[in-house]
Design a protein around this ligand. Structure first.
Ligand code: ARG
Length: 318
């Protein structure tokens, strides 16, 4: 009988529900290509203080932020992380006393600081935005955004990292592989490294890092403690602003979990590196990225004018 059969609408609803269930279970892939390494399709065995030289193209979002020195060349100051075509995230303390964007440049796609190969791109800095709540006494909110001019074109050597969404599916767990990378000092009193180095780090619980024998409460919930509790693996001077990047196997992408911020010495036992935890800053980062996109994109004029007109029309209507 017709009444006994499920109606078309019900059937459709059931199908949709089934679809929704399977969609929710599948790993969500970010809309824009990010966090991928075209030159290293899988994590190689080969995988700073205690690390190794990174393979070419291993960290295509790693940026060297450099300052022009009077009478001299540019000097590498800090690391940075490419998050879209014209934005590099870094640490706010990198720009303390050097807020003029014109004194800086960004070098992308680079492996060796002293041998600029043909895959590198140099960019001027159009603007620097420091987190309004950055506190240089406590390193709270140690985040800044550099706007590149002009924007870069992605290549095998230049790629953006993924920013962590509110929730990753499946979430990152204890087995997550997280790595640091940079051109910073290879020992506490050493020199910066010519070649980009990388090291795998452990995420250390804040409670452990804040113990009285360690940071004794300096690590806030907006920071991540990572490295090695027994010492030997760490970021160091010159690595600040660089990525703490974690691999998410089900999407085969790297996500930016942290930005190198500070540490007591380098690679000392009980004093791992402290990274800005990015998740609490998602909203700030996203709104700043939107602003810089609007300022840089050729669409800005075609978009802002109709929007302004629309706003004016709506304002009159109500
Ligand atoms: N603050 C330093 C810089 O400006 C290094 C940060 C990391 N230090 C550490 N021991 N993990 O480059």
């Amino acid at each position: 009988m017709a009444a006994g059969r499920p109606g078309a609408a019900l059937l459709l609803q059931l199908l949709l529900q089934a679809g929704a269930v399977s969609r929710a279970a599948a790993p969500r892939v970010p809309p824009e290509a990010c966090g991928q390494r075209p030159l290293l399709d899988s994590i190689l065995g080969s995988r700073i203080v205690g690390g190794q030289n990174a393979p070419i193209g291993a960290w295509p979002w790693s940026v060297s932020l450099q300052v022009h020195q009077t009478g001299k060349q540019f000097a590498h100051i800090c690391g940075g992380v490419l998050v879209n075509e014209n934005s590099v995230l870094t640490a706010a303390h990198c720009v303390t006393g050097r807020k003029d964007p014109h004194s800086w440049r960004a070098v992308l796609g680079m492996h060796n600081l002293w041998e600029h190969g043909k895959h590198i791109e140099k960019r001027n800095i159009a603007s620097i935005t420091v987190h309004p709540e950055f506190k240089k006494e406590t390193f709270e909110n140690d985040l800044a955004l550099f706007e590149l001019h002009p924007a870069v074109r992605y290549s095998d050597y230049i790629q953006p990292i993924c920013l962590p969404p509110a929730q990753l599916h499946p979430p990152l767990d204890n087995h997550t592989e997280c790595l640091i990378s940079g051109w910073g000092r290879t020992a506490e009193k050493g020199k910066i490294s010519a070649v980009l180095k990388e090291a795998q780090v452990e995420i250390i619980p804040t409670r452990v890092c804040n113990s009285s024998a360690a940071y004794g409460g300096l690590v806030t919930p907006n920071m991540i403690c990572a490295g090695s509790w027994s010492g030997g693996i760490d970021t160091c001077q010159g690595d600040s602003g660089g990525p703490l990047a974690c691999y998410h196997p089900s999407t085969n992408r790297y996500y930016l979990l942290g930005i190198a911020s500070f540490g007591f010495g380098c690679a000392r036992p009980k004093f791992p590196g402290i990274y800005v935890r990015l998740s609490p800053y998602r909203r700030w980062i996203e709104s700043e990225l939107l602003l810089s996109k609007a300022a840089a994109g050729p669409r800005s004029v075609t978009l802002t004018i109709p929007l302004t007109v629309l706003c004016a029309v709506l304002a009159q209507a109500f």
